[in-house]
Design a binder for this molecule. Structure first.
Ligand code: TXA
Ligand code: MG
Length: 336
């Protein structure tokens, strides 16, 4: 695997050829790293599902370099969609639109809609501009593992499977994009992210949130976003997510669950509790979002038998953090 540090003319030529050969390229975005292929070629997209071991009924997001391209691949059906595009693209935002036939059905898992995203990161933009085709890309991680937010965390996972990885440093935001679909004229968050419900309300006036964000969904149930069905974002070590608004109650939750080999992953509030290993994850929601996936991977290095993760309030960016952490802990959650 070659790590590309700079998008020189020669490197751009290599990447363009790689995508033309229907191979995969790992690239950075402002949210997380993506593992991308030409979205218009079934053979190329097929490789994403194979390499990632991804369920075939979980659709992929199509990445474009400019808003002007959206109409080539999807149909904008109303002015709420127009306004969302205007307000939040480019950025950490994915809009589910009616798909055009040019997008192969393998990309959308046979759904008649397609997720469109225009990253704002300059490296992602330069990559998309270089290859000149829409890029289907899920997060760069083997399915169920925490999403990749820097090259060091993921290069071994994909060694021998992917030839090129573009190094853009650690992902600025650290959590995947907000996925939104307009349902009955109301923007509906299918997956929360850095663009919050409050941000959308400011622009559109209203916004719903999918009822599945904090539930485990049975495989027979019809869901708007199939990604909700799967175990996700998980280290190999067992996890417990705890939350309380009250510091003493929070500490009690942690102490009551401690084993002889527990990692406490949390803010400085929990740093004084004696335990096998304490790992600081940040004191603000932005810091936690930025650090969490990489730290969850790191936790597996300590041979612990439990990771107790401090939860946050389910508001603003906290909604996205908790949506991921509840899945990380496989719904093993305690609140006081
Ligand atoms: O920030 C991100 O969105 C990253 C970067 C690489 O862009 N990508 C990403 O892709 O997180 P992935 O495949 O890990 O997650 C895509 C999510 C899944 O939950 C999937 O079910 C949902 O978006 N999705 C994609 N297309 C959809 C569609 N047509 N309708 C409903 N949900 C869709
Ligand atoms: Mg993912």
């Amino acid at each position: 695997m070659k790590i590309i540090k700079e998008l020189t003319k020669e490197n751009k030529e290599l990447l363009k050829k790689e995508i033309e050969a229907n191979n995969l390229v790992i690239f950075p975005t402002e949210t997380v790293y993506g593992i991308g292929a030409n979205a218009l070629e079934e053979d190329a997209v097929n490789k994403i599902f194979e390499v990632k071991e991804r369920a075939r009924n979980n659709p992929l997001i199509v990445h474009l370099q400019d808003k002007k391209e959206i109409k080539k691949y999807a149909i904008i059906e109303n002015n709420i969609e127009e306004k969302l595009i205007e307000a939040f693209m480019p950025g950490p935002f994915t809009l589910i639109l009616k798909k055009k036939d040019i997008i192969p059905s393998i990309v959308t898992a046979n759904m008649d809609t397609v997720g469109i995203r225009i990253p704002i990161s300059s490296v992602a933009h330069a990559f998309l501009e270089t290859v000149k085709v829409p890029i289907a890309a899920p997060s760069a991680n083997i399915s169920s593992r925490p999403s990749g937010t820097n090259v060091l965390d993921i290069k071994d996972e994909f060694n021998g499977l992917v030839n090129y990885i573009i190094d853009g440093g650690s992902s600025k935001i650290g959590l995947e994009s907000t996925v939104v679909k307009v349902i009955n004229n109301v923007p509906t968050i299918l997956r929360p992210g850095f663009i919050t419900k409050e941000d959308i309300i400011k622009v559109i006036g209203n916004c719903n949130v999918s009822k599945h964000l904090f539930e485990s969904v049975s495989k027979d149930e019809k869901v708007e976003s199939p990604g909700m069905l799967y175990r996700h974002y998980a280290p190999k070590t067992k996890c417990l997510l705890v939350f309380s608004n009250d510091l003493e109650k929070l500490k009690k939750l942690v102490k009551d669950n401690l084993t002889s080999k527990t990692i406490i992953l949390g803010s400085s509030k929990l740093k004084d509790i004696p335990t096998y290993k304490y790992i600081y994850y940040g004191n603000t929601e932005e810091e936690i979002a930025h650090n969490i996936f990489s730290l969850l991977r790191k936790c597996d290095e300590y041979n612990a038998d439990l990771i107790i993760i401090e939860g946050v309030k389910k508001e603003g960016l906290g909604l996205a953090i908790m949506n991921r952490l509840i899945r990380t802990s496989n719904f093993n959650y305690q609140e006081l």
